[in-house]
Design a protein around this ligand. Sequence first.
Ligand code: AMP
Ligand code: GLY
Length: 429
Amino acid sequence: MKVLLVGSGGREHALAWALAASENCEALYCAPGNAGIESCAECVDIKGEDVQAVVQFAKDKDIDLVVVGPEAPLVAGLADALIEAGIDVFGPKADAARLEGSKGFMKDLCAKYAIPTAAYGRFSDFEQAKAFIEKQPGNVVVKADGLAAGKGVIICQNKQEAIDAAEEMLSGEAFGDAGSEIVIEEFMDGEELSYFALADGKTILPLTSAQDHKRVFDGDEGPNTGGMGAYSPAHLITAELEEKIIHKIIRPTIEAMAAEGCPFTGVLYAGLMIVNGEPKLIEYNVRFGDPECQPMMMRLQGDLLEILQAGAQGRLNEILGTVTWSDKTALCVVMAAKGYPGSYPKGTPISNIEDANEVKDLTVFHAGTALKDGQLVSTGGRVLGVTALGDTIADAQRRAYMGVDKIEWPDGFCRRDIGWRALAAEKAA
Ligand code: AMP
Ligand code: GLY
C-alpha cells in the first residue's frame, strides 16, 4: 500500500514510525514532515491545510490511504475533498470535526444527548456573558469557540478575571475570529485523563488511555502548553472506569453524531476530568494527542496501517478484539525551546540524538526539527519527544531521562517530573 501521512509534529513522527513498520506499507510519504520523519518516510513540501495540493499529490502518487495527523486540515475539509476524489482517508469530515473545531457545537451535543460535561453557556454578546458569569456559584472557565492552538482556554480564579477574559475574547483582541463566540463553563475539580477510541461512523474500537502534562513547569506550574510530556496507560484507569467512559461518553457521542447526520470516522480523543470516580468530558479532539500518541505507539501491538485502513473503510467490526497493548508503561518527555510557550528562538543546533536512541526501548521522536547544512536545528516550540518503554512508570521515567541527558541542546529545556502523579501513586501502592 502507498500511504500519505499529513502533519509535521512528534505525533506524526510516531505515526510514521508505526506505519513504516507495517508489512503492507510499500511507500510512505509525509506532508510536510520534519527531519526525524525523513528516516521513515519521504517528506514532501506540502502543507496539510493546502487541501487541493494534498488531493492532487494523493492522485498523482496513486495513494491508497491518507492519514491526517492534526485537526486544522480536518476542520478545513481535507477528508471531504479526499473522499470526493475516491481516496480512503483516516480522519473525520469537516462536519464531524466540529467536535473539536467548535466548543459550542460539542457542548450543545452533550446537552442534547445527556453526555456528562461541565454546565455551560454560549455567548457572542459581552453584556450577556458578564451577567452569566456574575450569576455562577463558583469559578468558571472561559473558552474561545474556535481553534486557538490549545491557548483559547482561561481558567479564572475569580469573577473579574472571567469578565476580563470574556471581554478580551469577544472583542477579537485575543484570538481573532476563533473568539467571536465563547463558551463559559463550570470549573471541574478532579484529575485529568485522556482516552482514545477509533470509530468508523458505526463501530467503536476502544484504544487506550494516557495522561498529558499541560503546564510548562514542574509540579504543574506556569502557563498551559500543547503538552510537555505524557505517559500511557494513565494510572487512574481501571476496567470499571474504562467501561464508564465508553458507555457514558464515547458510545453516546458516536451514536449522537450518526443521528445528527455527521457520522464520526477517525480517532476520538476524549479529554476527561475524573470527579469522584466519574468521568466528565472536558473536550473532544478529532485526532491523536500530541504528545500522547508517542507513548501510545510504543505500546501498540499490531499493525497500525491495517487498523487505520479498517477505520477509513468502515470495517472496524472486522478487527474488533485484535488490537492489543503492551502491559508496560511508555513515557514521553518533551524537549522544548527555551521561552516556549512564549516567544523563543528558532534554528538552534541540536546534537547527540543518535546516542539517546541507543538506550534500549527508547525512541526520540522529532516534533520541530530540520537539517540545515548537515546540522540538526530546532524549528518550533516543542522540538523532541524522548519516549521510553519500562516495566513500571519509574523505570520508563528513568530511561526516558537517560535519553534526555544524552542530548545536547543548550537552547532547550524539559520538565523533570513527567509521570509524577503516577509515580506517587505507584510508590503509595
Ligand atoms: P481544553 O482546551 O478544553 O482541553 O482545555 C485546556 C485545559 O484546561 C484542560 O486540559 C483542563 O486542564 C482545563 N480545563 C478546561 N475546561 C475545564 C473545566 N471546565 N474545569 C477545569 N479545568 C478545565
Ligand atoms: N496534548 C494535547 C493535545 O494533543 O491536544
